[in-house]
Design a protein around this ligand. Sequence first.
Ligand code: ADP
Length: 400
Amino acid sequence: MKEINVLVINCGSSSLKFQLINSASEAVIAKGLCERIGIEGSQMTYTPAGGEKYEVKTPMEDHRSAIRLVLDALVDKDRGVVKSLDEIGAVGHRIVHGGENFASSTLITDEVIKAIEECNDLAPLHNPANLIGIRACKELMPQTPMAAVFDTAFHQTMPEEAYLYGLPYHYYEDYKVRRYGFHGTSHSYVSQRAAAVLGKDYKDLKIIVCHLGNGASVSAVKNGKCIDTSMGLTPLEGLIMGTRSGDIDPAIIEFLCNKENKSVQEILTVLNKESGVFGLSGGFSSDFRDLEKAYRAGEAFAIRTMKTFAYRVAKYIGAYTAAMNGVDAICFTAGIGENSPFIRTMIASYLGYLGITLDEEANVKRGEEIAISTPESATKVLVIPTNEELAIARETASLV
Ligand code: ADP
């Protein structure tokens, strides 16, 4: 494979995260974030490898001007990291929803853009923003190949019984209402790293990945293929998250509309933005660092919140153990999964039936790929820091 620098772009509705990664050394050459795009007070933070982080406060009226600013920073005479844009060999775009159109990453062509557009109504907050990023890069770097890496692609191997809902079948046929799953790049990366850490063949393992960040999901990876995952048509399903409810009885929506005199749209906003551990804790915080502190101080709201969160994760682990008829390794990743020994211990306390014992010393380590179960533990428990940007850069480099 040719050595290139890959610009990884993750466009949100008003933000843009980027990293420039060398495909051979896999080093991050520069990274940063543009915030408040199209809103007053826009700013870019930019960190060149080995250099100081700096902030540029300047109006960014749209994503095109944000990307222009990023490219200018990358080639800047003093603080830049490449001499010209020719040294950027490819751009990798994170795309949230690929629907059933994409089971793997792909080079971006006009047809691909159209097919991504077709998925817009499945992810109305995310896909249009991702497309703006693609169009802006196309305009500014017309000769540079670009790849689309989808959050949903890894989960496309799920069998029918895992992705279908118990709804009239024609909703699937007519509108493609089914489970898609998200965080696929992370689930794929972490499960493969788990096999490497265990020194086993990826295709011989049954792995459960718990991606526990602000958004959270669990997936079951059997013999190198995803066979089930907890997020659904949208990222609202599954685990209790920072502010998302996860699984609820769907009849609650109408019940609350009537009680609170709210529209379905308003209740969905509550389910997305005011629920999860934030809602359960009575609006205290969506951040597990705050919740953990309050738990230790014996606050009842924090105890009920963390117990409910951990119980839901444990329930999914049980379900996926059944789905795979066993499990060899359980992996924790993302903000909470990587950094909270407390939550990992709480979840593991439900898993005695899997013969799991945690190594308390390993469990408190940070920032490395590590087994946190004892050597005798019948099922391995691992912490694997996720790296979605690197995974996107690898996919992109392999395509161009
Ligand atoms: P996302 O990418 O979905 O926004 P992250 O994977 O960055 O989320 O995770 C963010 C969350 O990780 C924070 O909201 C916080 O709850 C949790 N977190 C980060 N550091 C710690 C820590 N040291 N202890 C417990 N939780 C942590």
